[in-house]
Design a protein around this ligand. Sequence first.
Ligand code: BGC
Length: 536
Amino acid sequence: MAGGAILSGPGGRSSQYNRGRITFSVLLACFVGACTGLVFGYDIGIAGGVISYPDFQRRFFPQVLEAHADKDAFCKYNDPLLQLFVSVLFLAGIVGAFLGSFTAKQWGRRPTMMLGGLCFLIGAVLMAPAVHVAMLIIGRVVMGLGVGICVMCGPLFLSELAPYHLRGAFNTQFQLFITIGILVAQCINYGNQNYEWGWRLNLGLAGLPAALLMVGAALVPETPAHLVEVGREEQGRQVLRRIRGAEDVEVELQDIKDAAVAARSTKVNPWRAIFSRKFTPQLVTIVALQVFNQLDGINSIMFYAPQLFDAMGSGRREALMTHVIIGAVNVATTFVAVFTVDSLGRTFWMVEASAHMMACEVIMGVLIALKMDPVTGAIPKDITVGLIVVVCVFIAGHAWGWGPMPWLVCSEVQPMHTRAAGTALATIVNFILTFIIGQCFLSMLCSMRYGVFFFFAGWLAFMGVYTYFLVPETKGVPIEEIEYKFRNHWAWGKLMAKHDAAQEAKVVDDIADDLAAARGTSSCKVDVAKKGKPEM
Ligand code: BGC
């Protein structure tokens, strides 16, 4: 196999990397890459607030207003069209991520981010003046394409540019910017709630982060990995020198070149390669972590907290305020991940988050089961305050665990050849789950009631155990060497060894067949196995 870097394993050439210094150039690139999170976050934050604006409901979803009067507390927002408005973006995002995997590989990461920003901008321009529900949904679909492209490309761009020993801190900027986008949107939702046309402004303002991303992407360099992969080695060297602030970057460049040789020697299309047996450990890890990113229940809160607290009798104003508080806690606690991910590692935070978020889900379920009036939905004031505190502690778990770590690990575990397709797959899995939760949570709440919190608690228990045993720790390992972590893992290593043995046996069989054909005999398998490859 090409790629001595991969075989050299942790501590191979990485100890000889020139760490250089943190240059302005790499910081700017990090900021721009993280802006892909900003557009994603703005969208998540804005949707839940906008759908609670009376003027918005009157124009597009009058059935929700009418239904309020006679539905019980758990069911009053259970409207399929309303839920479709929230979640259709993620269906479009699946297509966007798939598209982005090709543009990121062919054109590069930078133009792909610009394309994502452009789609997001067009979506905002279509939605702000919407006069009927179709226009609204079309705008959201175009915006969704942009979100998909951005989300598949941002973490990839960040991971490829970051110095390996700080890759966690760089990559978690993506999640940090998601949380900032959510918070900004929540503040805007809160500030504009009294204006009839407030929702138009909220939707239109989405164009700002998109424009920021487009302009920023025009200013930053392409990643050295992509440049080397498409044969522009000298340019890759220059970029590496610029972002590392050092002249001698040859060791790191050599690792990238080895990975590129390995990537080029693979004739199989990256999408087929991901689903081949060889990549099973990475594939399973990506799918599992992205499913977990959603099944911790975060978006039941992010999308629908105003509806939940409104239903509990807090009043729309207080409910929107609660959303802002939750958003601020989300931003603040994400810094814990930024500052500790490269020392404490990825798996530590995922396991910790599973335990503490599970406890929060159980407490929320019990409080709602015991204290909520099932008809009016009202909850005593002091219990509501208690619930808000528990929700904030819950959010912290996502912010430093199940939020950033899946995005980080999924962008790290792929070899160069499948990296763009692999991060697109991560986005697709994430969006499918987000779509399902966006579409189903209010219906689940309506039918399962407080049981829905125990449902998420069950998942969290499983997630913690899975991560502890099956997710290899990737902190401090150069991105081109991570495959080695899987090879050394107690379970994945066995699977990979089995696959390698099967591959080797196949090669021996093929050679034997060739030899047999050349000699005109029926089989030479024994000869080959004993003597190795014959001279032909
Ligand atoms: C998730 C989003 C979620 C956000 C909340 C991200 O990691 O992918 O779906 O809304 O975190 O901060």
